[in-house]
Design a protein around this ligand. Sequence first.
Ligand code: EPU
Length: 302
Amino acid sequence: MRIENQRVLEVLPALEVRREAGVSLADMTSLGIGGRTDLLRIERHESIPDLLALLDEEGIAHMFLGGGSNLLVADGELPFVALQLGHKEPDVVIEGNIAFVEAAADLGRMVTYCAKQNLGGMEGLIGVPGSVGGALRMNAGAYGIEIGTYVREIKVYRAATRKIGMLQGDEISFEYRHTSFAPDDMMLAVKLELPSKPYTEILQGIRICNEKRRASQPLGQKSAGCIFRNPPGGSAGRMIDELGLKGHSVGDARVSDRHANFFVNAGKASAREMLALIADVRGRVEKSFGVTLENEVVVWNA
Ligand code: EPU
């Protein structure tokens, strides 16, 4: 969607919102799939209520974009604009065992930065791509560690109240790849409390997780991580693998040869192909195992 509304175009600079016209979301997502739209980069958190009120008044649909690493975006000209937080520096500030982190910060870099200050606990998250905001929204986890464990406070824009507010960690429920945030809540910043650990020890934990990940996941390829959530007590990857579906493809959308719950863009896959592959694999698993797999990847349909 290209913004042509003059009132909106005139107000954006005053709100410190930068517009990039006709951006390809394929270039902003780890899957390398997605159509075009205007991207609005928000340089000041406090502008968000006014920006969203303006977009609503003018009937401009919008979606919040984080790091784009767990996202499948529809093809073609998109019927909504994308909103993304601009980067602020410094994006991590440490005080004792507390890390104040901007939601736009890169998750892996945040983990490394804290490690260098002898703050650990998040070793398993080092190879999880994406932004801190995205990790918070879906309680990203790996190797027995979830980010929610360390959250003490979150600064969030809540669409329901149209206000920016602070939520205490215990006001949010963090579950397996799920949180109690509404889909239109926007994470802005977080206060994490982390255990003290010597850097060398943290580094060792990071190395072990990296090795496990390299051995089992297709890291060099375009993917959105795991496509499906694991069903309770089960493993989506193992079920898909048992059906002999590694390498199975629809066009350039392909089940990874390395990990069957990773679907990769092996060339110029379209969203339509990736969605067809997801539906096909879901159907086969349902038929053979009687289990309906739920998406872990977030889908933005047009
Ligand atoms: N397995 C197979 N074949 C495969 C893939 C896995 O047989 O193609 C088997 C493995 O041998 C293992 C079991 O399935 O016995 C589980 O596999 P794995 O250890 O790789 O973990 P996972 O449950 O598939 C989860 C997360 C990953 C996270 C890893 C490591 C989900 C959906 N996935 O994968 O997270 O990196 O554990 O902690 O929870 C993601 O969220 O995008 C993601 C990649």
